[in-house]
Design a protein around this ligand. Structure first.
Ligand SMILES: Cc1ncc(COP(=O)(O)O)c(C=O)c1O
Length: 455
């Protein structure tokens, strides 16, 4: 039986060797990182870009399809895909064409372009809901939907699942105190002065009794949830969970807001349609327009009527919903191209087939090496999990966290031309991902196993 937990000494020496290897093979990224230090906080345009485990950030020369070429001219098979923004591949040709064409015809006018009605039809065709509004990011879309939900129900409380992430939305940046069931402010959040714990309840995912208890006071405007937790590892819903959860929301007059930003990896049109979740609101960002900044939220006709009534009843002035550039002409052109050419059955057939092959390959190797790890897959996205079973909830993930092993895995793979999402071990397959990319990833995974468990 192999030693399945590498010793701390072995982990440290592997980590050291990988850092040295990165420095030796990425001189230009190292130099660009030093130059960028002068003008950017932490040396990067967005501080999360330092969350990769490499000694310096990988600077990108270009990205096309599934291949990301760094400043040192090294080609990487990209399974991170911009943490879903590039889920349909980098710069797909129909999208690049539409953007180039519109770029010469006006970018933003604070008026709808002639494509608006067509795009609305496309959104209904792909995602099923009849009425839509636009934002530039999924964070914004979620924030706006929360405002609408509170406005139309007249209820103050929001309900989320422990381990949720819905973007930079203050109300949702909370944790569950497992000892008391109380809501805690998330300690990592900076500059927080309002007590969102007072207006947000948190319950464990897959826990119907806790969900019912949280709803039973009759003051929850909406449940904001991903169909599966995707930002705390990947935690799928237990069989029957959503049917029961949906019924509970209806019984207590609570709206159900489904954040599909990541779970559109499940199937064409997302998880909610594939599993008949019937949300009142649906939010999709990131990849919805192929990675051009865009997010949309859709809703039922019943919601549309209540939203119109709330707006009509409010005094003239700022609604607190919307930003100047939302729904701009460039975004509409990109979204139109994406709805017609990226959100297609053919693309999903390809993505799901490749993802299944990757899952099978990883599982087989894990079993053969006798590692206590698992792989959880949701359509085109999967998670390599350093725990022996599919997690039930966020606490289960916390209990099995192996940060060092995760960081080593990411750097080991990056050094051999395979990119995983840095925040956890998420792998995403695009329409441009090939069987050869899968072979490449699996051969690097073989090398990782051999390094961790020397013969
Ligand atoms: C489920 C979900 N919703 C919303 C967001 C926010 O997206 P953005 O950062 O593009 O606003 C994220 C980001 O990771 C997400 O995972």
């Amino acid at each position: 039986m192999p030693a399945i937990h590498p010793s701390p000494d072995r982990m440290a020496s592997l980590q050291r060797a990988e850092r040295e290897r990165f420095i030796a093979t990425h001189p230009r990224s190292m130099a660009l990182a030093r130059a960028a230090q002068a003008h950017y906080l932490f040396g990067v345009p967005l501080h999360w870009m330092r969350d990769w485990p490499s000694p310096a950030t990988l600077f990108v020369q270009h990205a096309q399809g599934t291949t990301l070429t760094c400043a040192d001219d090294l080609a990487h098979a990209d399974f991170c895909l911009g943490d879903t923004g590039a889920m349909f591949g980098h710069s797909p040709a129909p999208l690049a064409r539409a953007i180039a064409q519109q770029a010469a015809q006006g970018l933003t006018c604070m008026l709808p372009s002639i494509l608006a009605a067509t795009v609305g039809e496309g959104l209904q065709r792909v995602f099923g809901l009849p009425v839509w509004q636009m934002a530039l990011t999924a964070s914004d879309a979620n924030r706006f939907v929360l405002r609408w939900a509170r406005a139309i129900t007249g209820r103050p409380q929001l309900l989320v699942f422990d381990g949720c992430y819905h973007g930079a939305v203050d109300d949702t940046l909370v944790d569950l105190d497992p000892a008391t069931g109380a809501t805690l402010a998330r300690p990592s959040v900076l500059g927080q002065v309002h007590n969102h714990a007072a207006f947000t309840r948190v319950v464990p995912f897959n826990d119907l009794a806790a969900l019912e208890a949280a709803l039973s006071r009759g003051d929850v405007a909406c449940l904001l949830a991903e169909p599966a937790l995707t930002n705390f590892g990947l935690v799928p819903p237990a069989p029957g969970f959503w049917a029961a959860a949906r019924d509970l929301c209806r019984a207590h007059g609570t709206l159900f807001v489904c954040d599909e930003t990541h779970t559109i990896s499940t199937a064409l049109g997302g998880y909610a349609q594939a599993h008949a979740l019937e949300p009142d609101f649906l939010v999709v960002g990131k990849a919805v327009a192929g990675g051009l900044p865009c997010a949309v939220y859709g809703f039922t006709q019943a919601m549309a009527r209540r939203m119109a009534a709330a707006k009509d009843a409010a005094p003239e002035g700022h609604s607190g919903i919307g930003t100047t550039l939302a729904g701009n002409a460039l975004t509409l052109a990109a979204l139109d191209a994406a709805l017609n050419h990226l959100h297609t059955a053919a693309n999903y057939t390809h993505m799901l087939g490749i993802a299944a092959a990757l899952e099978t390959g990883l599982r087989g190797r894990i079993a053969q090496a006798g590692m206590p790890w698992t792989v959880t897959r949701l359509g085109a996205r999967m998670e390599l999990q350093f725990m022996p079973h599919t997690p039930r909830d966020a606490q289960d993930v916390r209990d099995h966290a192996q940060g060092e092993l995760e960081a080593l895995t990411h750097l080991f793979m990056l050094n051999r031309g395979v990119l995983l999402t840095p925040f956890h071990s998420m792998l995403l397959v695009s329409p441009a991902t090939t069987a050869a990319d899968v072979v490449r990833l699996l051969s690097v995974f073989d090398a990782l196993l051999a390094a961790l468990v020397p013969a």
